[in-house]
Write a protein of this length. Structure first.
Length: 133
């Protein structure tokens, strides 16, 4: 299970280190100490917090590629079967779901709490409008 130092978790959640420390003091976020005595948050706890606070954006470094729509965030769910995997990423206010081969998910080490970047490149965008009462 991945663990993140306060500064790393804060960057993923797009909040300040101080905000994360205040949340810990208030009991909103659970931290533990690593072998070096530093405060860390485990990946599952980070995923829970990402779902609850819905940050505006994340500061993970973006990969260099042609896709322009990058959604940095944290993996909040992974469902695998024999051939395929469904991976859910909470990327700021966006929930991004990707379907990929199980082999790809395994090679990337995708598990709840892992920092990840969803890159979207599509030729069509579906637009809908809300129903009126």
């Amino acid at each position: 299970m991945p663990h993140y130092r306060i500064s790393e978790a804060a960057r993923i959640l797009a909040v300040s280190d101080d905000s994360l420390r205040r949340w810990a003091d208030a009991g909103r976020v659970g931290f533990s100490l690593d072998d070096a005595g530093r405060f860390v948050i485990d990946g599952v706890e980070l995923a829970r917090v990402a779902r609850e606070i819905v940050p505006v954006e994340s500061a993970l470094p973006l990969p260099r590629e042609s896709a322009r729509n990058h959604f940095p965030g944290v993996v909040t769910d992974v469902r695998r079967d024999g051939v395929m995997a469904q991976v859910e990423i909470q990327a700021g206010p966006h929930r991004v779901v990707s379907l990929m081969s199980r082999e790809a998910a395994d090679e990337l080490g995708l598990e709840v709490g892992v920092a990840a970047i969803a890159s979207v490149k599509a030729t069509a965008v579906v637009v809908d409008v809300p129903q009126r009462p």
